[in-house]
Design a protein around this ligand. Structure first.
Ligand code: PDD
Length: 284
């Protein structure tokens, strides 16, 4: 049985407990991170830890422990569960307190939960070879998407809409422009130029995005960080998404219209290779 971490203890998943008064449960008053594991090591742990701290401070939420202790818990869980390729999910909530919209006093102990998910095909999932079909949906999330909160109901609805349409995922549209995917950052490629939305409160500042933009620049590819419309995306040569759980995943159609020749494009393929190589070399 999987061993999970809850508030200082490593316990079998069936014995793990969180209070019914936990503000994560009652108010979605919590933030999270997903860090990938390759060959038993953590990919870009420092990036995820830094973003977690930013999410916590934007919400005036106490950090449950320091970065070194977090790294220790991540590594312990990976070892105890024998994870080779997979993910570590981390969630911090403001803790348990009697139900009140106002934040409880600062002494309230935050809840810290971590668990692993084994993903044996993480390095080479079938979709990386065939590419994803995506649909577009309106972006109906709240306005602070740069904070990685656990309010994931709309992204969840978006994935269900994609499934109902026979697609793999959805890109969200606001004021005519693509914000991002339901759980990933979105990119289009035209010629030698990669376009992805600029950072701001409208999207999550992807840890994979930051790495990919750096790698693209190092590989002499041109990068434009700006809004793009669905119309522009439909005219693109190729498209892809990035996230800690998919790395670089090609997109081959948008709203039923094939991009390029309908197969994963060379830029997405190349960036996926570079990302995997570098991540494997630098994982901790
Ligand atoms: N999702 N945008 C959104 C809305 C996301 O939920 C995610 C990550 C990303 C990519 O961020 P990163 O490269 O740091 O993983 C962008 C995670 C994987 C999830 O919810 O499972």
């Amino acid at each position: 049985m999987r061993i999970v971490y809850v508030n200082g203890e490593y316990v079998p998943e069936a014995e793990a407990k969180v209070s019914v008064f936990d503000r994560g449960f009652l108010f979605a008053d919590g933030v999270y991170e997903v860090t990938s594991v390759l060959d038993g090591k953590l990919v870009d742990f420092a990036g995820h830890a830094a973003r977690l701290n930013r999410s916590l401070s934007e919400l005036e939420m106490r950090a449950p422990c320091d970065e070194a202790a977090l790294l220790d818990i991540h590594r312990n869980l990976v070892d105890r569960n024998g994870i080779v390729d997979g993910l570590v999910y981390l969630q911090v909530t403001r803790g348990a307190a009697d139900r009140d919209f106002l934040y409880p006093d600062a002494e309230t102990v935050p809840t810290l939960v971590l668990f692993t998910q084994a993903k044996p095909d993480l390095k080479d999932p079938a979709k990386a070879r065939t590419g994803m079909d995506i649909i577009t949906i309106p972006d109906r999330r709240w306005g602070r998407r740069d904070i990685k909160t656990v309010q994931l109901l709309y992204p969840s609805m978006g994935k269900m809409m994609a499934k109902a349409a026979g697609a793999d995922d959805a890109w969200m549209i606001e004021d005519g422009a693509v914000t991002e995917g339901t759980s990933n950052n979105a990119y289009i490629v035209k010629g030698n130029t990669i376009v992805t939305r600029h950072l701001g409160e409208e999207i999550l500042h992807g840890i994979t995005r930051a790495a990919i933009l750096r790698m693209a620049a190092e590989a002499q590819m041109k990068v434009e960080e700006r809004s793009f419309t669905v119309e522009e995306a439909l005219e693109a040569d190729e498209a892809f998404v990035t996230s800690a759980s998919t790395f670089v995943m090609p997109v081959v159609s948008i709203d039923g219209k094939s991009l390029g020749n309908g197969a994963p494009g060379p830029v997405a393929k190349r960036l996926r290779e570079i990302y995997l190589d570098e991540s494997l070399a630098k994982a901790v």
